[in-house]
Design a protein around this ligand. Structure first.
Ligand code: NAD
Length: 332
């Protein structure tokens, strides 16, 4: 993984949003996220408490996600949030964020990196890492629940990670499903819109909605399925029935977030799951947990999104930008 020290000590590297698409490959994003999940599980990297505040201005939510990876030498934070009127009033996207990296030896700022596309790619990398480590090797049908902004990135990354033969999809707003069909088509994979019960045909299911009530019920999921639940990142949101988590082996990025703002919050509140039952996926990556142990087991990854994902991917972007001479370098 990129070292946070790629920029000379007396300089600041700036990599603006418009450059990220050319600098960040899916492989680099996957590698950075996989490595930092492993570092979290071995205690070499930690996330700091998340700050999220209503600004009382423009109806915006603003906050910080930070952390420190002492092995990777990456220290920093992502600052940003959600400005609901951006698109209608200014023609720019509602989610806005920027990553700042600091020298862990001195505290001096090292880099400033556009965080919008980065967020979608690091979120997609997290579900892909879970598919690589927890799905059955013979998984052939990918199910999608959700067809919004993130869903397209999730689908593309999953199809690039594992050889799926078919994609089936359900969305609360079915008129949005053609965007998934388009991504599948670009990747040469058949797409079919299904009812929720049709998802029983899936070997892997990604959920990525902003729902506050379960759509996917335990009865909609077949034995042996791997689920990556990626949409629930706030208290009160819910995508899948809590009973499903009671029946599955549950993995997550970080347990504290999983039980408080992730999909597991509901199963824990209902007494169907305890925090101690949830396994950090980094333990599977490190080989200290076996992961899936049978072809019938249902595995479920609760991906809540942690600051260290953002920092790891940002550090990788900075390293690439600096090595190619594409970063704007400012003396401190
Ligand atoms: P979006 O607004 O583009 O899409 C929202 C999706 O949710 C659509 O598919 C929509 O049809 C569906 N939906 C809306 N209301 C629903 C309901 N009542 N029941 C079922 N489905 C419903 O949003 P997005 O940018 O794609 O983000 C999706 C979710 O992912 C959000 O909750 C967001 O906060 C979360 N997210 C998580 C991470 C992470 O790291 N885990 C990162 C980024 C975003």
């Amino acid at each position: 993984m990129a070292d946070g020290r790629a920029v000379p000590a007396n300089e600041l590297a700036i990599v603006p949003e418009g450059m990220i698409a050319d600098l960040l490959t899916r492989e680099a994003s996957f590698a950075a996220v996989e490595k930092v999940f492993a570092a979290m599980a071995s205690g070499d990297a930690c996330n700091f408490p998340v700050v999220r505040e209503a600004l009382g201005h423009e109806d915006a939510l603003y906050g910080f996600k930070g952390g420190f990876d002492r092995v990777g030498g990456v220290l920093g934070l992502k600052a940003g949030g959600y400005w609901p009127h951006n698109l209608e009033r200014r023609g720019i996207i509602n989610h806005q964020s920027t990553v700042f990296l600091f020298d862990p030896d001195t505290g001096r700022v090292r880099a400033m990196v556009g965080g919008n596309l980065l967020t979608a790619l690091r979120t997609a990398a997290a579900s892909s890492v879970s598919i690589r480590h927890l799905a059955r090797a013979d998984a052939r049908v990918l199910g999608m629940v959700g067809a919004g902004h993130q869903a397209k990135f999730q689908l593309r990354a999953a199809l690039e990670t594992h050889r799926f033969e078919k994609v089936i999809g359900w969305n609360y707003h079915p008129e949005m499903l053609p965007c998934l069909a388009a991504v599948a088509g670009e990747m040469g994979v058949e797409f079919e819109a299904v009812e929720l019960a049709g998802l029983r045909a899936a070997d892997v299911i990604i959920t990525i909605t902003s729902s506050f009530a379960a759509s996917l019920m335990a009865d909609h999921v077949s034995p042996g399925t791997h689920l990556a639940c990626m949409g629930t990142d706030t208290k009160g949101k819910q995508e899948v029935e809590a009973a499903l988590l009671g029946r599955a082996t549950v993995f997550c990025d970080e347990v504290a977030q999983s039980v408080s703002i992730g999909e597991a919050q509901h199963a824990v509140a209902a007494g169907l799951l305890a925090a101690g039952d949830i396994v950090q996926i980094g333990a599977v990556i490190n080989g200290t947990h076996p992961g899936r142990t049978s072809a019938e087991e249902i595995t479920l990854f609760d991906g809540t999104g942690v600051g260290l994902q953002d920092l790891a991917v940002a550090a990788s972007i900075v390293e690439t930008a600096v090595s190619r001479g594409l970063a704007t370098i400012v003396p401190l």
